[in-house]
Design a binder for this molecule. Structure first.
Ligand SMILES: C[S@@+](CC[C@H](N)C(=O)[O-])C[C@H]1O[C@@H](n2cnc3c(N)ncnc32)[C@H](O)[C@@H]1O
Length: 259
């Protein structure tokens, strides 16, 4: 089959998966539409992709088919046997995604990836350590994708509903981080994530984090006021009100005194 064509309404990745009789691919079926939505723009471009979790090597073959020959593919697995799936432009590093020193070494040996996919062991610490060590290495405008987040609810993976050290709970702090510009609270400060994260996209079992240099968001009004603005209910900042009154009074007093 020509997997480059759509197959009974399936996108190319889903069609490839459905027809795969080569090395096994292990993916949840609803991932294919999400992958295609986010990955489409990278097809046939000289991009760099890093996948954690090789298993039988099937997903690496699928990425090659989808992204094309210009893509540089890197992968990580803890199982040394996975090294056999290495090819000329698909390099595999053997080590644990929970080992910070190993990840730092990988980081130093590869270009900044456009896409990182964490499809490794899916335990809480693995997902958190990998994110902490690798997100900063994602290229500007690139994406970090962590999958199988349902393990955040599974005890055998270290998860549990609202368990403070699950990846899902950890990632909920990202929502605060990207909004920290507005907090004005010592407990929520602008941090590296605030300055480097454009968007967080949650799907069932998956989180996509868009990396992009960010600045404090700006709000402006343009155009005529047809209705009086004071007719629109909004919480009033009393401190601002008194500051403005003070300003006006000071000006009037200065004028009166001739200064
Ligand atoms: C779900 S499979 C990967 C599936 C593959 N991406 C695919 O789509 O076919 C998970 C892989 O993660 C690897 N793995 C488990 N724990 C790991 C760890 N601590 N560090 C790196 N890889 C790990 C396993 O050896 C296994 O190959």
């Amino acid at each position: 089959m020509d997997s480059k064509k759509e197959f009974f309404g399936m996108n190319q990745l889903h069609a490839y998966f459905k027809n795969n009789s080569d090395n096994c691919i292990d993916k949840w079926l609803h991932y294919f539409d999400i992958y295609d939505l986010w990955f489409r723009k990278y097809k046939d471009k000289p991009i760099t992709i890093l996948e954690i979790g090789v298993y039988q090597g099937g997903s690496l073959n699928m990425w090659r088919d989808y992204f094309g020959e210009k893509a540089q593919i890197y992968a990580i697995d803890i199982n040394p046997s996975c090294k056999q799936f290495e090819t000329e432009n698909t390099k595999i590093f053997i080590g644990s995604q929970e080992d910070r020193t190993f990840l730092q070494k990988v980081r130093s040996q590869i270009p900044k990836p456009d896409i990182i996919i964490d499809d490794g062991g899916h335990s809480m610490n693995q997902q958190i350590v990998s994110f902490e060590e690798l997100y900063g290495h994602v290229k500007e405008d690139g994406i970090y994708l962590c999958e199988d987040l349902h393990t955040s609810y599974w005890q055998i993976y270290g998860g549990g509903y609202k368990k403070s050290d699950s990846f899902i709970e950890y990632s909920k702090n990202f929502i605060d981080a990207i909004n920290a510009w507005h907090a004005g609270d010592d407990k929520l400060k602008i941090n590296e994530l605030t300055r480097s994260t454009y968007g967080l996209h949650y799907y069932p079992s998956m989180l996509i984090i868009q990396r992009k240099a960010m600045q404090k968001p700006v709000s402006r009004r343009k155009g005529k006021m047809i209705l009086p603005p004071e007719d629109f209910p909004a919480p009033r900042d009393k401190r601002r009100f008194f500051k403005n009154i003070n300003k006006i009074l000071n000006k009037k007093v200065k004028k009166f005194l001739g200064r």
